[in-house]
Ligand binder design. Sequence first.
Ligand code: CAO
Length: 426
Amino acid sequence: MTKALDGVRILDFTHVQSGPTCTQLLAWFGADVIKVERPGVGDITRGQLQDIPKVDSLYFTMLNHNKRSITLDTKNPKGKEVLERMIKSCDVLVENFGPGVLDRMGFTWEKIQSLNPRMIVASIKGFGPGPYEDCKVYENVAQCTGGAASTTGFREGPPLVTGAQIGDSGTGLHLALGIVTALYQRTMTGKGQLVTCAMQDGVLNLCRVKLRDQQRLAHGPLKEYSQFGQNIPFGKAVPRAGNDSGGGQPGWILKCKGWETDPDAYIYFITQAPVWEKICDLIGKSEWKTDPEYATPPARLPKLKAIFDTIEQWTITKTKFEVMKLANERDIPCGPILSMAELAEDQSLRATGTVVEVDHPTRGKYLSVGNPIKLSASPAEVTRSPLLGEHTDEILGQVLGYTADEVAAIKAAGATTPPAKKAAAE
Ligand code: CAO
């Protein structure tokens, strides 16, 4: 079976998390992703958070499936020549270096265009043009500058970052969409283009509803936030809303049986208006169905905290899975708090390939998250990440067409080995 992006070749100049997330997705869709890594070190994450000494970390392996790896010193003159040939033979260059790095390497957008006018150059930076454009950025910086941290956590506590990597993986997802869109436009125009995603922008895009609430605040208190019913005044900016959904259907995280010892014995419970009467019956408060103080959504808004406290008196008598079953039998939306330990064992996620077991030559078997985007005509198979420089010869010879003598000359010039080795060789 062919894959959706068969025939698309990616020069993958990414590192850490944001860029590799993007190119991994493209590889799962069938693109030939060639990861260009610095000789001797490679992507810095290979050696970060190592759980097994001298073995590529899970950080690296879980973000670089289905790729090939070539080592190339792009500051070496011969290495630059090889990179030029790669640019000519690839469709997309993806990078997430610090600001200005690619230019300093000598590969400006203009230069790349002159080498290959069809090439799409896709970049992630921390910030777009503006006061912070020269700053390096990591995940939590993006969460803080993109509006997520100021709106996450409890009102009385400090801003909070979330475990979901919305800055890194979130921006990688945005970039992947930009790339396939540019590829589609190229089929019409024959021309490449620049695709840029700033992590701050990506996070703000995911916080769109909070900018919505910021503007609603100008017209009065946010009644869907439980602080409204608690008579706590709103300030100038959207507050941290704890576990409030803050949307049209109020929700909160409630304790379930075992919460005293199990930190994940909780459920997210939504009091969706169309099933309010079923909720009342389920929790033993049938009288709320006809009580005007509870019967309508506007009447309930000032009492959200008290209502959820009452529902919790019922959920606390059941396990989170019992609540899930009983509520969903009645069409009441809710979701148990699933720990990573539970997700790792979840058989339905294994069956769909969302959680996969991968074998690696030096690490052995490990679990990873597979492709969460399912294409019926282009199913993703997860294959292990490459060892550092594992495909250097194959790419120089088969992809770039260098003869054996030319490959030997490239190597002798130190283009594929660390500079120290080059010095020793000289
Ligand atoms: N051969 C030779 N040199 C190479 C090379 C290669 N194959 N690959 C990279 N390098 C060099 C670059 O030329 C650059 O050198 P100079 O600074 O001398 O020009 C250097 O390695 C890499 O620079 P960097 O700024 O990208 O790396 P860093 O570790 O200092 O910063 C990071 C890392 C992530 C903060 C920065 O890359 C960044 O801000 N990226 C954009 C935002 C981003 O994606 N952040 C997400 C990080 S987590 O996913």
